[in-house]
Write a protein that binds this ligand. Structure first.
Ligand code: ADP
Ligand code: MG
Length: 423
C-alpha cells in the first residue's frame, strides 16, 4: 500500500512512524513533512493547505490512502475534494469538521444535546459583547469562533482584559474572520484531560487518555503554546469519568451531528475539564492531538492501519485496540522566543546519541535538512517521547534524551508529567 500523511509536525511524524510498522504498507509519503519524516518516508514539497495539488499528487501516485493531520485542510474541505475525486482519505468532511472549526456550532450542538459544557453566550456585535461584560463575574473565557492556531481563547481575569480582548478580536480583526463572532463563557475550575476516539459515523473506539501542557513555562506560567509536552495515560482519568464520557458525551455528540445531517468519520477528540461536578467539554477537535499523538501512539500495540480503514468503512465496531502497559512522557523542545517571535536555521546536535537510547522515540516537528545538517525550522522543533513502567522512570529517560540534544536557543519545560509522578 501507498499512504500519504498530510502535515509536517510531530503528530505527522508519529503517524508516519506508526503506519510504517504496518505490514501492509510499502511506501509512505509526507506532505510537506520534516527532516524526521524524511528518514522514514518520502517528503513531498506540497503545503498541507494546497488542496488541489495534494489531490493531483494522490491521483498521479495512485495512493491507496491519505491521512490528514492538521485541522486547516479539514476545515477547508480536503476530504470532500478527495472523496469527489474517488480518493480514499481518513478525516471528517468540511461540514463534520465544523465541530472544531466553529466553536459556536459546537456549543449550540452541545446545548441541544444537553452535553455538559460551560454556559456561554454568542456575539456577533462588539457593542453588545461589551455591554454584556458589565454585568459579569470574572474570570470569564472569551473564545474566537473559528480556527486561530490555538490562540483564540483568552481567560479574562477582569473587565479591562475582557474589553480589550473583545475589541482586538471583533473590531481589530486579530484573528480575521475567525474572531468576528465570539463566545463568552463561564470559567470552569478543575483539571484537563484529552480523549481521542476513532469515530466511524455511528460507532467509536476510544484511544488511551492523555494530558498535555499548554503553557510555555514551568508551573503553567506564561502564554499558551501549541503544546509543550504530554503524557499518557492521564493521571486524573478514572473508570467513572470514562462511563460519563461514554454516556453523556460521545453518543449525544454523534446523535447531534447526525441530526444536522452530518456523518462524522475520523478522529474526534474532546478536550475535557474534570470539575467537582463531573466532566465538562471545553471543545471538540476533529483530528489527532499534537503532542498527545506522540505520547499515545508509542503505547498502541495494535496496527494503526486497519483501525483507520475500519473507521473509514464504518466498521470500527469490529475492532479492538491493544495497548502496552507502559506509560509515556513526551517533551517538546522549542525555539528560543517561541510562542512569540523566534529564529530558525539553528543546527541541531546530539540527535544520533538521543535516538540510540532504549525506549526513546524522537519525533521531529519544525526541522529541515540544510547542507547535510538537520536545522530548526519552526517554533516547536522536536517531541521526545520515552516509555517506562512508571511515570517516574519514563520522565527520567525522556529528560536524559533531551539533555543529549542541543541547538541555539532551545528551551523546554522541566516539569512535564511531574504532577503525575506518584509518591
Ligand atoms: N470554560 C473554560 N473554563 C476554564 N478554562 C477554559 C475554558 N475554556 C477553555 N479553557 C482553557 O483554554 C484552553 C484552550 O481552550 P479550548 O477551548 O481548548 O480552545 P483551543 O484549543 O482551540 O485554543 C483550554 O485548554 C483550557 O485550559
Ligand atoms: Mg484545546
Amino acid at each position: 500500500m501507498k499512504i500519504l500523511v498530510i502535515g509536517g509536525g510531530g503528530r505527522e511524524h508519529a503517524l508516519a512512524w506508526k503506519l510504517k510498522q504496518s505490514p501492509g504498507v510499502n511506501r509512505i509519503f509526507c506532505a510537506p513533512g520534516n527532516a524526521g519524516t524524511a528518514q522514514i518516508a518520502e517528503n513531498v514539497a506540497i503545503p498541507a493547505t494546497d488542496l488541489p495539488a495534494l489531490a493531483r499528487f494522490a491521483k498521479g501516485t495512485h495512493l491507496d490512502l491519505t491521512v490528514v493531520g492538521p485541522d486547516d485542510p479539514l476545515a477547508a474541505g480536503i476530504v470532500d475534494l478527495f472523496v469527489a475525486e474517488k480518493l480514499r482519505v481518513f478525516g471528517p468532511t468540511k461540514s463534520a469538521a465544523r465541530i472544531e472549526s466553529s466553536k459556536i456550532f459546537a456549543k449550540e450542538l452541545m446545548r441541544a444535546q444537553k452535553i455538559p459544557t460551560a454556559k456561554a453566550s454568542t456575539f456577533s456585535d462588539s457593542d453588545e459583547a461589551l455591554r454584556y461584560c458589565e454585568q459579569l463575574q470574572f474570570p470569564v473565557v472569551i473564545k474566537a469562533d473559528g480556527l486561530a492556531l490555538g490562540k483564540g481563547v483568552i481567560v479574562a481575569p477582569d473587565s479591562a482584559t475582557a474589553r480589550s480582548t473583545i475589541d482586538s478580536m471583533m473590531n481589530e480583526g486579530r484573528f480575521g474572520e475567525a474572531g468576528r463572532r465570539i463566545l463568552i463563557e463561564e470559567f470552569l475550575r478543575g483539571s484537563e484531560c484529552s480523549l481521542h476516539a476513532l469515530v466511524d459515523g455511528k460507532n467509536y473506539r476510544l484511544l488511551e487518555s492523555a494530558r498535555d501542557h499548554k503553557r510555555v513555562f514551568d508551573g503553567d506560567k506564561g502564554p499558551n503554546t501549541g503544546g509543550m509536552g504530554a503524557f499518557s495515560p492521564a493521571n486524573n482519568w478514572t473508570p467513572d469519568l470514562q462511563s460519563q464520557l461514554e454516556e453523556e458525551i460521545m453518543p449525544p455528540v454523534l446523535r447531534g451531528l447526525l441530526k444536522e445531517g452530518v456523518t462524522f468519520r475520523g478522529l474526534l477528540y474532546p478536550g475535557l475539564m474534570i470539575t467537582s461536578d463531573g466532566l465538562h467539554v471545553l471543545e471538540f477537535n476533529c483530528r489527532f492531538g499534537d503532542p498527545e499523538t506522540q505520547a499515545i501512539l508509542p503505547r498502541m500495540k495494535s496496527d494503526l492501519l486497519p483501525l483507520l480503514e475500519a473507521t473509514i468503512d464504518g466498521k470500527i465496531d469490529n475492532c479492538t485496540i491493544e495497548w502496552d502497559e507502559c506509560v509515556t512522557v513526551t517533551i517538546v523542545l522549542a525555539s528560543g522566543g517561541y510562542p512569540g517571535k523566534y529564529e530558525t536555521g539553528k543546527p541541531i546536535s546530539g540527535l544520533d546519541k538521543a535516538t540510540k537510547l532504549n525506549d526513546v522515540q524522537i519525533f521531529h516537528a519544525g526541522t529541515r535538512r540544510a547542507d547535510g545538517e538537520i536545522v530548526t525550522a519552526g517554533g516547536r522543533v522536536l517531541a521526545v517521547t520515552a516509555l517506562g513502567s512508571t511515570m517516574e522512570s519514563a520522565r527520567i529517560r525522556a529528560y536524559e534524551a533531551v539533555s543529549a540534544i542541543h541547538f541555539d536557543g532551545c528551551h523546554y519545560r522541566r516539569d512535564i508529567a511531574l504532577g503525575a509522578v506518584s509518591g
